[in-house]
Design a protein around this ligand. Structure first.
Ligand code: PMT
Length: 341
């Protein structure tokens, strides 16, 4: 029998995945900020989330630890208040979950603001694979259920790191699903992180929706075809999501080092878009990546230089690009702390 190819249905066709011909939106001004946060409702759990973040930050501040906020996964845009349909994007949270592990290994305390049910640090090794989790199990000599031989050593290493992070309370998991939840949470957590001054690092790897439906126009119930059809088509009217990165840099966490990501599909655009992003938002570092090669190479763009980080041909399949990214980000964070002492 010929070997069957592993089929992956979650990857879009990369030749047409994202249309970047749409011009960039303007940077969010103070007015846009007030308008957005006044006219859209905060998630009902926001106070609780802030309390958890505050406790975590206070604990690690008193221990002198550096704290990183990692955002991860894609935001959704609900089309109805009682949500049956929503717009989503491709991100599974691989970059964020993997990066969080490397930050933990380097002694950072990590607030992991992630899309609920996307990849998580440590469990990512087993949760979203094509294996069923039961495939990792086997029957031991005494008839009890044990971990299968071929997975045991690696799983033991992952388990030890996970337990260490848990025992030292180094990892705080905070979820979001919609773009509105994400924006309210990002603002609140950034403001909490600001109390850490330069020891705070923001690492924004989430794929944030560019368009949304404001709460004032959101239907309460499932859209009925006859109510929204125009000429036989469903017409959805979306507003641009304000680009809040500048507000983050200027007002929400002005002391922190801020790293954003820039995703493109056209390699000829990537460097220009990264530079533009730095010019527009005035933060410290943009990490550029292409959808097609994001797991193998990235480019760091700062005010003074551009540097590529690439996996080499000889690197085994277990080597992850984040093992190059995180030490380089940390080096910049250390310099940032020194320069702002
Ligand atoms: O999850 P994976 O499959 O591993 O994929 C990882 C990734 C490709 C999603 C990740 O590496 C990445 O590039 N994330 C950023 C994608 C993105 O949202 O790019 P953007 O061009 O829409 O936004 C650029 C930056 O602006 C982002 O850092 C975002 O935090 C910020 N932004 C976006 C929207 C918004 N309203 N306000 C913002 O400040």
């Amino acid at each position: 029998m010929p070997q069957l190819r592993q089929i992956h249905t979650s990857q879009p066709s990369t030749s047409s995945a994202i249309d970047r011909s749409v011009p960039d939106f303007p940077v969010a001004a103070v007015d846009d900020e007030s308008h957005y946060f006044a006219s859209n409702e905060p998630p009902e759990y926001l106070d609780e989330l802030v309390k958890e973040a505050q406790c975590f930050v206070d604990e690690h501040k008193s221990k002198g630890n550096k704290v990183v906020l990692v955002t991860s996964g894609g935001t959704t845009v609900p089309l109805e208040n009682n949500t049956v349909r929503f717009i989503d994007n491709f991100s599974a949270g691989t970059r964020g979950a993997t990066s969080a592990e490397y930050f933990l290994e380097e002694g950072y305390a990590v607030i992991f603001l992630h899309r609920e049910f996307s990849l998580l640090p440590y469990s990512r090794h087993y949760s979203h694979t094509t294996n069923c989790f039961l495939d990792y199990m086997a029957e031991g000599k005494d008839g009890s259920l044990v971990i299968a031989d071929k997975y045991r050593d690696e799983m033991h290493q992952v388990w030890k790191k996970y337990n260490e992070a848990r025992d030292k309370n180094l990892l705080l998991l905070l979820p979001f699903t919609t773009v509105n939840q994400y924006l309210f949470s990002l603002r609140a957590i950034a403001q909490v992180m600001d109390t850490l001054g330069t020891s705070a690092l923001l690492y924004l790897a989430a794929a944030v929706s560019d368009f949304f439906i404001p709460v004032s126009r959101m239907p309460e119930h499932k859209i009925q075809a006859q109510d929204h059809m125009e000429g036989g088509k469903l017409v959805v009217n979306l507003d641009p999501v304000p680009k809040f990165l500048r507000r983050l840099v200027d007002n929400w966490a002005p002391g922190a080092m801020i790293t954003s990501f820039k995703l493109e599909t056209d390699k000829d655009l990537l460097l220009r878009k990264c530079t533009q992003s730095l010019e527009r938002y005035h933060h410290q570092l943009v990490i550029g990546n292409l959808l097609q090669t994001r797991k193998k190479e990235v480019v760091f763009v700062t005010n003074t230089k551009q540097q590529w980080y690439r996996l080499k041909d000889g690197d085994g399949e277990n080597k992850e690009i984040e093992s190059l990214i995180i030490p380089a980000v940390i080096q910049q964070h250390d310099e940032y702390i020194k320069n702002h002492a």
